[in-house]
Design a protein. Structure first.
Length: 139
């Protein structure tokens, strides 16, 4: 019989140079080489850990994908908000200019010129408030 055994194959005990004690197991008993058993267990444990690591890496990749999609959505939302604020600030600046022009018209001594400017400015204010951006919905 060869000294090389396949992994985890039980083999019969062998005699050493020392005399075997009387209480030793009979030669027919099957004994496992513990070094090979431990090596096989370590290999098996490493395989299980490798599988668990692969599963965790897949889950992590999925979470990163979901996070990237959420961040892109938030970025689009913030861009829309920034666009709305830009539009609002432009409108507020135009209305401030309107109020200033109204005050200047009120300070004129010519009543006809004051009425003409007031009507022109009122028309401009109505245009400012009616102005709808292309991506803004009514109602």
């Amino acid at each position: 019989m060869s000294d090389i055994k396949p992994d985890l194959t039980p083999f019969a005990p062998y005699q050493t140079d020392e005399a075997a004690p009387a209480s030793a197991a009979p030669a027919s008993a099957r004994v496992i080489d513990f070094r090979r058993y431990r090596l096989a267990r370590l290999i098996n444990d490493a395989s299980v850990q490798q599988g668990e690591l692969a599963r965790m890496m897949r889950a992590s990749a999925n979470e990163r994908t979901q996070l990237a999609e959420a961040l892109q959505g938030a970025q689009r939302h913030l861009a829309t908000i920034a666009d709305s604020y830009t539009h609002l600030l432009t409108r507020l600046a135009r209305e401030k200019d309107f109020r200033t022009a109204c005050q200047e018209a009120a300070e004129l001594e010519d009543l006809d010129e004051m009425i003409r400017r007031r009507d022109a400015l009122a028309s401009e204010l109505a245009d400012i408030r009616r102005a709808v951006r292309p991506n803004q919905r009514m109602g």
